[in-house]
Design a protein around this ligand. Structure first.
Ligand SMILES: [Zn+2]
Length: 98
């Protein structure tokens, strides 16, 4: 992959595909590992993207980065909510004092 994907929502799934005939590996019951990115959407919809093996480390990292970013946004949001309440309390107090 030439471009670097930094943030990705979804989860990694490893699947094994089996050919029905004409494949020695599958005849031995081994099958072929296949990595899939699954992404859920509102309404229970999911999208699946097949990945090439060399894409997997980058995708795994981007998913971790997504969760890090989400946690950071949650923390900022909580802080802003607190500031909003604090601001309201302060203006209430000022009304009483004046
Ligand atoms: Zn096969």
């Amino acid at each position: 992959m030439s471009s670097v994907i930094s943030v990705l929502r979804g989860s990694l799934l490893e699947r094994t595909i089996h050919h029905t005939s004409g494949c020695l590996k599958c005849a031995r019951g081994e099958g072929h590992p296949l990595w899939v990115l699954t992404v859920g959407y509102p309404g229970g919809k999911t999208r699946q993207v097949s990945l090439r093996p060399e894409q997997v480390p980058q995708v795994r990292e981007a998913i971790e980065h997504y969760h890090d970013c989400k946690q950071t946004l949650e923390a900022i949001s909580e802080l802003n909510q607190f500031l909003l309440r604090l601001d309201r309390e302060e203006s209430k107090n000022q009304e009483r004092e004046s």
